[in-house]
Design a protein around this ligand. Sequence first.
Ligand code: PAN
Ligand code: ZN
Length: 191
Amino acid sequence: MKQSSSSEASATMRVDYTSAQITGRDLLERTTRIGDLQAVFADEEARLELPPETPVYRVQAHIPAGEAVAGALSFGNTVIEPGRVGDEYYMTRGHFHAKRDRGEYYLGVSGVGALILMDEGRRTCWERMEPGTVHYVPGHTAHRVANIGSEPVSFIAFWSSDAGHDYATIASQGFSARMREVEGEPTLVPA
Ligand code: PAN
Ligand code: ZN
């Protein structure tokens, strides 16, 4: 009788590296629309002029161990449509991780994006995201992505399952700078 065995198991998930679309089971999916983004963009009047059902970004997430297990990893995608609210590019809501020391990787898949990073001293910088770029979001750093191109922006993210998302701090204090179109160029403008 054999003491041990080995066998090939097939991967249960796949990623399309042209669109970041994930297929497989146990995927959470969420679409965030203009109507969900109250007070996120500077020009609230311009936001209210857009149809509230307009999709801004969608996320797929695979969190196999749930969100409470230290050491477990999750991954997902984000696809942000091109567009602007006033002169500010469509972007994600943005957050700190609730467990502040948890970092994250973002991998650019399609389109041209701006990863906006803000540390706890409210120092803000940005990195251009393009197909193939790799971005490390350190702990203690708020992060959001703006679509600064004319095609959808997509990226894949990997994070600690127990990181948690603190949206409240950004909702009350915002980022210290915003990605706006200034003279035709994406520009990080102090808020
Ligand atoms: C990402 C983000 C995703 C959507 O998966 O959750 O880009 O952005 P908001 O969560 O700010 O709406 C991530 O950073 N996870 O930790
Ligand atoms: Zn995050």
